[in-house]
Design a protein around this ligand. Structure first.
Ligand code: PEP
Length: 253
């Protein structure tokens, strides 16, 4: 049985006060209720990580970072290492979010290096994969997802792979209000699980959590979670309101 996992990606939002308020509010609403049943994480901007870690301490809510660099230290102005994230109390890190791939211009190869460095640094990476609308329309969804998987986890041993969560996030559904239907999500999630079984083995493929992301709201979360291969949700906009995010978590239980 895969434990459900719901993560809230705050992107370039909140400030020093509202990030702490949001984190405290999520932690207080969940306190004691979800322990052991579900993994929950909030993913604030880098500069608020430390205060958010303090705000959720001992609530069971984990904290993740939105990005990371693959080098440990040195002349890499503006970058943040896995060790730095670990040092401030991060558990998870997003690798290859579509906004980093398509807005910032990260390559598949860079995403793979970040993911490998995150695992070596003791973080649990969430590898984001997913197609553009034109790729879906051209019938290339599986091809794109397979490429993101292959390059994202390239060369990882099965042991290291067990630290990874996959998030299927069709780019056309992110921040657009246009969610994939539960059936569309299930089809790609099943494809991802088969890919994992072929690249590794069936047991590992059954253990790895595959999240769906793309305009998840409290009113569509349950139908998505009812799909056999949807193990959790990566939530953007709707994670910025504590009550909505908590309703999504409740729907995932
Ligand atoms: C995301 O940022 O990963 C995301 C899925 O955003 P939204 O829920 O706003 O579509």
């Amino acid at each position: 049985m895969r434990k459900p996992f719901v993560a809230g990606n705050w992107k370039l939002n909140t400030d020093s006060r509202s990030s702490v308020e949001l984190a405290k509010s999520v932690a207080a609403s969940l306190s004691g209720r979800v322990a052991g049943q579900i993994s929950v994480a909030v993913i604030p901007p880098f500069v608020y990580l430390q205060s958010v870690v303090r705000a959720v301490s001992s609530s069971g809510v984990a904290v993740g970072a939105q990005d990371v660099y693959f080098e440990q230290k040195g002349a890499f102005t503006g970058e943040i290492s896995p060790a730095m994230l670990k040092d401030v109390g991060c558990t998870y890190v997003l690798c290859g979010h579509s906004e980093r791939r398509h807005v910032i211009g990260e390559t598949d190869e860079l995403v793979g290096r970040k993911l490998a460095a995150s695992i070596s640094g003791g973080l649990l990476p969430v590898l984001c994969v997913g197609e553009l609308l034109e790729e879906r329309d051209a019938g290339q969804t599986e091809q794109v997802v397979a490429r993101h998987l292959r390059t994202g986890v390239s060369g990882l041993s099965a042991e290291k792979m067990s630290a990874v969560t996959i998030a299927y996030e069709p780019v056309w559904a992110i921040g657009t209000g246009r969610t994939a239907t539960p059936q569309q999500a299930q089809e790609v999630h099943a494809f991802i699980r088969n890919w994992l079984a072929e690249a590794y083995d069936k047991t590992l493929a059954e253990e790895i959590r595959v999240l769906y992301g793309g305009s998840v709201k409290a009113d569509n979360a349950r139908a998505l979670m009812q799909q056999q291969d949807v193990d959790g949700l990566l939530v953007g906009g709707a994670s910025l309101k504590a009550d909505e995010f908590v309703r999504i978590i409740e729907a995932a239980l």
